[in-house]
Design a protein. Structure first.
Length: 398
Protein backbone atom coordinates (compact mmCIF):
# COMPACT_ATOMS: atom_id res chain seq x y z
CA UNK A 1 0.00 0.00 0.00
CA UNK A 2 1.38 3.49 -0.85
CA UNK A 3 2.52 5.48 2.18
CA UNK A 4 1.01 8.55 3.76
CA UNK A 5 3.30 11.55 4.10
CA UNK A 6 5.18 12.05 7.35
CA UNK A 7 3.81 15.59 7.42
CA UNK A 8 0.23 14.36 7.05
CA UNK A 9 0.59 11.70 9.73
CA UNK A 10 2.13 14.24 12.13
CA UNK A 11 -0.59 16.83 11.57
CA UNK A 12 -2.39 17.26 14.91
CA UNK A 13 -6.09 16.52 15.34
CA UNK A 14 -8.33 19.50 16.05
CA UNK A 15 -9.38 19.55 19.74
CA UNK A 16 -12.36 21.62 18.61
CA UNK A 17 -13.71 19.04 16.17
CA UNK A 18 -12.09 15.70 17.13
CA UNK A 19 -15.00 14.69 19.39
CA UNK A 20 -17.64 15.56 16.78
CA UNK A 21 -18.35 11.91 15.85
CA UNK A 22 -19.33 11.25 19.49
CA UNK A 23 -21.60 14.31 19.47
CA UNK A 24 -23.20 13.11 16.25
CA UNK A 25 -23.79 9.68 17.78
CA UNK A 26 -25.37 11.25 20.87
CA UNK A 27 -27.68 13.37 18.74
CA UNK A 28 -28.62 10.30 16.70
CA UNK A 29 -29.91 8.80 19.97
CA UNK A 30 -32.09 11.87 20.51
CA UNK A 31 -29.85 13.61 23.05
CA UNK A 32 -29.69 17.40 22.87
CA UNK A 33 -26.06 18.57 22.83
CA UNK A 34 -25.13 22.10 23.90
CA UNK A 35 -22.19 22.96 21.64
CA UNK A 36 -19.76 25.12 23.59
CA UNK A 37 -16.76 23.54 21.87
CA UNK A 38 -16.66 25.71 18.75
CA UNK A 39 -16.69 29.43 18.07
CA UNK A 40 -19.87 29.37 16.02
CA UNK A 41 -21.90 32.52 16.79
CA UNK A 42 -25.67 32.12 16.96
CA UNK A 43 -26.39 35.83 16.48
CA UNK A 44 -27.91 36.77 13.13
CA UNK A 45 -25.55 38.18 10.50
CA UNK A 46 -26.19 41.72 9.24
CA UNK A 47 -29.29 41.83 7.10
CA UNK A 48 -27.36 43.71 4.40
CA UNK A 49 -25.05 40.72 3.95
CA UNK A 50 -27.90 38.24 3.66
CA UNK A 51 -29.90 40.43 1.29
CA UNK A 52 -27.10 40.96 -1.22
CA UNK A 53 -26.79 37.21 -1.74
CA UNK A 54 -30.53 36.59 -1.61
CA UNK A 55 -31.31 39.22 -4.23
CA UNK A 56 -28.34 39.00 -6.60
CA UNK A 57 -28.90 38.95 -10.35
CA UNK A 58 -25.67 37.35 -11.54
CA UNK A 59 -25.91 35.19 -14.65
CA UNK A 60 -22.61 33.43 -13.91
CA UNK A 61 -19.92 33.33 -11.24
CA UNK A 62 -16.68 34.47 -12.91
CA UNK A 63 -13.17 34.42 -11.50
CA UNK A 64 -12.30 37.47 -9.46
CA UNK A 65 -8.98 39.08 -8.58
CA UNK A 66 -6.61 36.84 -6.64
CA UNK A 67 -6.17 39.57 -4.04
CA UNK A 68 -9.93 40.12 -3.73
CA UNK A 69 -12.07 42.73 -5.45
CA UNK A 70 -10.82 46.30 -5.33
CA UNK A 71 -14.21 47.50 -4.07
CA UNK A 72 -14.05 45.18 -1.09
CA UNK A 73 -10.46 46.07 -0.27
CA UNK A 74 -11.36 49.78 -0.42
CA UNK A 75 -14.26 49.13 1.93
CA UNK A 76 -11.95 47.20 4.27
CA UNK A 77 -9.43 50.05 4.25
CA UNK A 78 -12.29 52.37 5.23
CA UNK A 79 -13.24 50.05 8.08
CA UNK A 80 -9.66 49.96 9.37
CA UNK A 81 -9.44 53.75 9.18
CA UNK A 82 -12.18 53.88 11.83
CA UNK A 83 -9.80 51.93 14.07
CA UNK A 84 -6.79 54.24 13.64
CA UNK A 85 -5.18 52.05 10.98
CA UNK A 86 -4.17 53.88 7.79
CA UNK A 87 -4.01 51.43 4.89
CA UNK A 88 -4.20 51.32 1.11
CA UNK A 89 -6.26 48.63 -0.66
CA UNK A 90 -3.09 47.16 -2.19
CA UNK A 91 -1.82 46.37 1.32
CA UNK A 92 -4.67 43.89 1.78
CA UNK A 93 -4.94 40.39 0.33
CA UNK A 94 -8.37 38.80 0.74
CA UNK A 95 -8.16 35.16 1.74
CA UNK A 96 -10.36 32.14 2.29
CA UNK A 97 -10.85 32.86 5.97
CA UNK A 98 -8.16 33.78 8.47
CA UNK A 99 -6.92 30.20 8.02
CA UNK A 100 -5.65 30.86 4.52
CA UNK A 101 -4.22 34.21 5.62
CA UNK A 102 -2.10 32.39 8.20
CA UNK A 103 -1.10 29.72 5.70
CA UNK A 104 -0.04 32.40 3.17
CA UNK A 105 1.88 34.24 5.88
CA UNK A 106 3.84 31.26 7.18
CA UNK A 107 4.66 30.01 3.70
CA UNK A 108 5.75 33.50 2.65
CA UNK A 109 8.12 34.19 5.53
CA UNK A 110 9.35 30.73 6.61
CA UNK A 111 11.34 27.88 5.14
CA UNK A 112 11.18 24.26 6.28
CA UNK A 113 12.66 23.96 9.74
CA UNK A 114 12.20 27.61 10.68
CA UNK A 115 10.58 28.52 14.00
CA UNK A 116 7.79 30.78 15.25
CA UNK A 117 7.30 31.70 18.89
CA UNK A 118 3.75 31.63 20.27
CA UNK A 119 2.52 32.28 23.82
CA UNK A 120 0.47 29.26 24.86
CA UNK A 121 -2.30 28.28 25.14
CA UNK A 122 -3.05 29.38 21.58
CA UNK A 123 -5.60 28.74 18.85
CA UNK A 124 -5.17 25.02 18.21
CA UNK A 125 -5.01 25.32 14.43
CA UNK A 126 -1.79 27.34 14.69
CA UNK A 127 -0.12 23.99 15.35
CA UNK A 128 -1.67 22.62 12.17
CA UNK A 129 -0.80 25.63 10.01
CA UNK A 130 2.79 25.46 11.22
CA UNK A 131 3.04 21.72 10.59
CA UNK A 132 1.59 22.12 7.09
CA UNK A 133 4.27 24.73 6.34
CA UNK A 134 7.00 22.54 7.89
CA UNK A 135 7.55 25.17 10.57
CA UNK A 136 8.34 24.45 14.22
CA UNK A 137 6.21 26.04 16.96
CA UNK A 138 8.23 27.22 19.95
CA UNK A 139 5.80 27.78 22.86
CA UNK A 140 6.16 30.19 25.75
CA UNK A 141 3.78 29.37 28.59
CA UNK A 142 1.34 31.96 29.90
CA UNK A 143 -0.25 31.10 33.23
CA UNK A 144 -3.83 30.46 34.30
CA UNK A 145 -3.13 32.19 37.63
CA UNK A 146 -2.10 35.36 35.72
CA UNK A 147 -5.21 35.28 33.51
CA UNK A 148 -2.87 34.26 30.64
CA UNK A 149 -1.24 37.68 30.32
CA UNK A 150 1.86 38.01 28.14
CA UNK A 151 4.81 36.09 29.61
CA UNK A 152 7.92 38.01 30.64
CA UNK A 153 9.77 39.38 27.60
CA UNK A 154 12.92 37.70 28.86
CA UNK A 155 11.23 34.29 28.61
CA UNK A 156 10.30 35.07 25.00
CA UNK A 157 13.71 36.51 24.11
CA UNK A 158 15.51 33.42 25.38
CA UNK A 159 13.57 31.30 22.88
CA UNK A 160 14.86 33.29 19.89
CA UNK A 161 17.40 31.44 17.73
CA UNK A 162 18.87 31.77 14.27
CA UNK A 163 15.84 29.84 13.00
CA UNK A 164 13.24 32.16 14.53
CA UNK A 165 11.25 34.07 11.93
CA UNK A 166 8.26 35.46 13.81
CA UNK A 167 6.28 35.90 17.00
CA UNK A 168 2.60 35.05 16.62
CA UNK A 169 -0.34 35.77 18.90
CA UNK A 170 -4.10 36.27 18.82
CA UNK A 171 -5.48 39.51 20.27
CA UNK A 172 -7.92 39.20 21.98
CA UNK A 173 -6.92 35.60 22.51
CA UNK A 174 -8.61 32.48 21.38
CA UNK A 175 -8.75 30.40 23.61
CA UNK A 176 -8.13 32.47 26.76
CA UNK A 177 -10.08 35.66 26.08
CA UNK A 178 -7.10 37.73 27.24
CA UNK A 179 -6.81 41.19 25.67
CA UNK A 180 -3.16 42.16 25.15
CA UNK A 181 -2.57 45.80 26.07
CA UNK A 182 -0.95 48.54 24.03
CA UNK A 183 2.09 48.24 26.29
CA UNK A 184 2.38 44.50 25.67
CA UNK A 185 2.02 44.84 21.89
CA UNK A 186 4.55 47.71 21.87
CA UNK A 187 7.03 45.64 23.90
CA UNK A 188 6.67 42.71 21.50
CA UNK A 189 7.18 45.12 18.62
CA UNK A 190 10.43 46.35 20.13
CA UNK A 191 11.59 42.74 20.56
CA UNK A 192 10.71 41.96 16.94
CA UNK A 193 12.68 44.99 15.77
CA UNK A 194 15.68 44.14 17.92
CA UNK A 195 15.90 40.64 16.46
CA UNK A 196 14.58 41.51 12.99
CA UNK A 197 11.52 39.26 13.29
CA UNK A 198 7.96 39.50 12.02
CA UNK A 199 5.21 40.16 14.54
CA UNK A 200 2.04 38.43 13.36
CA UNK A 201 -1.17 39.28 15.22
CA UNK A 202 -4.49 37.56 14.59
CA UNK A 203 -7.07 40.28 15.29
CA UNK A 204 -10.31 38.58 14.29
CA UNK A 205 -11.91 39.31 17.70
CA UNK A 206 -10.92 43.00 17.83
CA UNK A 207 -14.47 44.25 18.52
CA UNK A 208 -15.23 41.85 21.34
CA UNK A 209 -13.99 43.74 24.41
CA UNK A 210 -15.85 43.20 27.70
CA UNK A 211 -14.22 45.84 29.92
CA UNK A 212 -15.39 49.40 29.10
CA UNK A 213 -12.11 51.05 30.07
CA UNK A 214 -10.04 48.78 27.82
CA UNK A 215 -9.47 49.21 24.07
CA UNK A 216 -8.03 47.03 21.35
CA UNK A 217 -4.63 48.14 20.06
CA UNK A 218 -3.60 46.86 16.64
CA UNK A 219 -0.08 45.82 15.70
CA UNK A 220 -0.53 48.01 12.60
CA UNK A 221 -0.77 51.08 14.83
CA UNK A 222 2.97 50.85 15.52
CA UNK A 223 4.65 53.04 12.85
CA UNK A 224 8.09 51.57 13.55
CA UNK A 225 6.87 48.12 12.41
CA UNK A 226 6.20 49.05 8.77
CA UNK A 227 8.26 46.10 7.52
CA UNK A 228 7.70 43.75 10.44
CA UNK A 229 3.97 43.73 11.24
CA UNK A 230 1.46 41.34 9.67
CA UNK A 231 -2.18 41.39 10.73
CA UNK A 232 -4.65 38.53 10.21
CA UNK A 233 -8.36 39.27 10.05
CA UNK A 234 -11.73 37.73 9.17
CA UNK A 235 -15.45 38.48 8.95
CA UNK A 236 -16.33 35.13 10.57
CA UNK A 237 -16.82 36.21 14.18
CA UNK A 238 -17.42 39.94 13.69
CA UNK A 239 -20.48 39.46 11.51
CA UNK A 240 -21.50 35.86 12.36
CA UNK A 241 -20.36 34.78 8.91
CA UNK A 242 -18.10 31.81 9.61
CA UNK A 243 -19.36 29.97 6.53
CA UNK A 244 -18.46 32.82 4.21
CA UNK A 245 -14.79 31.95 4.70
CA UNK A 246 -13.53 35.46 3.99
CA UNK A 247 -10.41 36.70 5.74
CA UNK A 248 -7.54 39.03 5.07
CA UNK A 249 -3.77 39.20 5.31
CA UNK A 250 -2.73 42.80 5.90
CA UNK A 251 0.77 44.26 5.90
CA UNK A 252 2.74 47.24 4.63
CA UNK A 253 5.69 45.04 3.71
CA UNK A 254 5.73 44.99 -0.10
CA UNK A 255 7.94 41.91 -0.39
CA UNK A 256 5.66 39.88 1.88
CA UNK A 257 2.61 41.02 -0.10
CA UNK A 258 4.22 40.14 -3.43
CA UNK A 259 5.16 36.68 -2.16
CA UNK A 260 1.77 36.00 -0.60
CA UNK A 261 0.10 37.02 -3.85
CA UNK A 262 1.91 34.14 -5.59
CA UNK A 263 0.16 31.75 -3.21
CA UNK A 264 -3.12 33.57 -3.83
CA UNK A 265 -2.65 33.04 -7.57
CA UNK A 266 -2.45 29.28 -6.96
CA UNK A 267 -5.97 29.20 -5.56
CA UNK A 268 -7.13 31.69 -8.24
CA UNK A 269 -9.64 33.89 -6.38
CA UNK A 270 -11.90 34.22 -3.31
CA UNK A 271 -15.51 33.09 -3.56
CA UNK A 272 -17.78 35.60 -5.34
CA UNK A 273 -20.90 35.40 -3.17
CA UNK A 274 -18.87 35.44 0.03
CA UNK A 275 -17.10 38.63 -1.06
CA UNK A 276 -20.40 40.25 -1.92
CA UNK A 277 -21.80 39.40 1.50
CA UNK A 278 -18.65 40.56 3.29
CA UNK A 279 -18.61 43.90 1.52
CA UNK A 280 -22.28 44.42 2.35
CA UNK A 281 -21.65 43.54 6.00
CA UNK A 282 -19.22 46.44 6.26
CA UNK A 283 -22.17 48.71 5.56
CA UNK A 284 -24.04 47.56 8.65
CA UNK A 285 -24.73 50.40 11.13
CA UNK A 286 -22.46 50.77 14.17
CA UNK A 287 -25.41 49.73 16.31
CA UNK A 288 -25.14 46.18 14.90
CA UNK A 289 -21.71 45.48 16.40
CA UNK A 290 -22.51 47.45 19.54
CA UNK A 291 -25.48 45.21 20.25
CA UNK A 292 -23.48 42.06 19.43
CA UNK A 293 -20.68 42.99 21.83
CA UNK A 294 -23.20 43.88 24.55
CA UNK A 295 -24.83 40.46 24.14
CA UNK A 296 -21.51 38.58 24.39
CA UNK A 297 -20.51 40.55 27.48
CA UNK A 298 -23.79 39.58 29.16
CA UNK A 299 -23.22 35.97 28.18
CA UNK A 300 -19.68 36.07 29.53
CA UNK A 301 -20.86 37.37 32.88
CA UNK A 302 -23.61 34.75 33.09
CA UNK A 303 -21.30 31.85 32.23
CA UNK A 304 -18.41 32.90 34.48
CA UNK A 305 -20.75 33.49 37.42
CA UNK A 306 -22.36 30.08 36.95
CA UNK A 307 -19.05 28.24 36.62
CA UNK A 308 -17.51 29.92 39.66
CA UNK A 309 -20.27 28.39 41.82
CA UNK A 310 -19.30 24.82 40.93
CA UNK A 311 -17.06 23.10 43.49
CA UNK A 312 -13.57 22.38 42.22
CA UNK A 313 -13.93 24.43 39.04
CA UNK A 314 -11.63 27.34 38.22
CA UNK A 315 -12.46 29.72 35.37
CA UNK A 316 -10.52 32.52 33.71
CA UNK A 317 -12.33 35.84 33.43
CA UNK A 318 -11.89 36.88 29.79
CA UNK A 319 -11.58 40.55 28.85
CA UNK A 320 -12.13 39.89 25.14
CA UNK A 321 -13.26 37.38 22.47
CA UNK A 322 -15.94 34.87 23.48
CA UNK A 323 -14.07 32.05 25.18
CA UNK A 324 -12.83 31.20 28.63
CA UNK A 325 -10.45 28.57 29.91
CA UNK A 326 -11.84 26.33 32.64
CA UNK A 327 -9.92 24.01 34.95
CA UNK A 328 -11.95 20.98 36.01
CA UNK A 329 -11.50 18.63 38.99
CA UNK A 330 -10.78 15.66 36.70
CA UNK A 331 -7.66 13.70 35.77
CA UNK A 332 -8.14 14.04 32.02
CA UNK A 333 -10.42 16.70 30.54
CA UNK A 334 -10.48 15.05 27.12
CA UNK A 335 -11.65 11.77 28.61
CA UNK A 336 -14.31 13.68 30.56
CA UNK A 337 -15.45 15.59 27.45
CA UNK A 338 -15.77 12.31 25.55
CA UNK A 339 -17.64 10.68 28.47
CA UNK A 340 -20.14 13.54 28.46
CA UNK A 341 -21.08 12.54 24.91
CA UNK A 342 -20.93 8.77 25.20
CA UNK A 343 -22.03 7.85 28.71
CA UNK A 344 -23.85 10.78 30.28
CA UNK A 345 -27.07 12.71 29.88
CA UNK A 346 -29.31 14.70 32.18
CA UNK A 347 -32.95 14.86 31.12
CA UNK A 348 -31.77 13.77 27.67
CA UNK A 349 -29.25 16.63 27.41
CA UNK A 350 -25.48 16.95 27.56
CA UNK A 351 -22.78 19.48 26.73
CA UNK A 352 -19.71 19.50 24.48
CA UNK A 353 -16.43 21.23 25.34
CA UNK A 354 -13.08 21.54 23.59
CA UNK A 355 -10.32 19.76 25.56
CA UNK A 356 -7.61 22.34 26.22
CA UNK A 357 -4.51 20.15 25.83
CA UNK A 358 -4.79 20.72 22.08
CA UNK A 359 -4.36 24.46 22.64
CA UNK A 360 -0.90 23.88 24.06
CA UNK A 361 2.22 22.76 22.26
CA UNK A 362 4.04 21.66 25.41
CA UNK A 363 3.17 18.01 26.22
CA UNK A 364 1.17 17.57 29.42
CA UNK A 365 -0.11 21.13 29.65
CA UNK A 366 -3.85 21.81 29.76
CA UNK A 367 -4.69 18.22 30.66
CA UNK A 368 -7.32 19.27 33.21
CA UNK A 369 -8.64 22.24 31.24
CA UNK A 370 -11.32 22.83 28.62
CA UNK A 371 -12.10 25.82 26.45
CA UNK A 372 -15.72 26.97 26.64
CA UNK A 373 -17.26 29.35 24.14
CA UNK A 374 -20.10 31.54 25.35
CA UNK A 375 -21.77 31.35 21.95
CA UNK A 376 -25.26 30.36 23.15
CA UNK A 377 -27.88 32.52 24.83
CA UNK A 378 -27.84 33.07 28.60
CA UNK A 379 -30.56 30.53 29.37
CA UNK A 380 -28.67 27.81 27.50
CA UNK A 381 -25.40 28.77 29.18
CA UNK A 382 -27.01 28.44 32.61
CA UNK A 383 -28.36 25.02 31.65
CA UNK A 384 -24.95 23.96 30.30
CA UNK A 385 -23.30 24.94 33.60
CA UNK A 386 -25.98 22.98 35.47
CA UNK A 387 -25.29 19.90 33.34
CA UNK A 388 -21.54 20.29 33.99
CA UNK A 389 -22.08 20.39 37.75
CA UNK A 390 -24.27 17.27 37.71
CA UNK A 391 -21.81 15.49 35.39
CA UNK A 392 -18.79 16.20 37.60
CA UNK A 393 -20.57 14.57 40.53
CA UNK A 394 -21.37 11.52 38.41
CA UNK A 395 -18.02 11.17 36.60
CA UNK A 396 -16.03 8.24 37.99
CA UNK A 397 -12.66 10.01 37.60
CA UNK A 398 -13.49 13.31 39.30
Amino acid sequence: MPKISVKGEALPDSPIRKLSPYADAAKAKGINVYHLNIGQPDIKAPEQALEVVRNNRLDLLPYGSSEGSLDYRKALAGYYAKHNIDLQPEQIIVTTGASEALAFTLNSICDAGDEIIIPEPFYANYNGFAAAASVQVVPVVSLFDDQFKLPQLSSIAEKITQKTRAILLCNPSNPTGYLYTKEEITALGALALEHDLYLIVDEVYREFIHVPEMEHFSVLELPELQEHAIMIDSVSKRYSMCGARVGAMVTRNKDVLATALKFAHLRLSPATYALMASEAALGAPDSYLESVVKEYTARKNTLVNALEKIDGVRVSNPTGAFYCMVELPVNDAEDFAKWLLTDFQDNNETVMFAPAAGFYSTPGYGKKEVRIGFVLNEQKLKRAAEILEIALKAYPNS
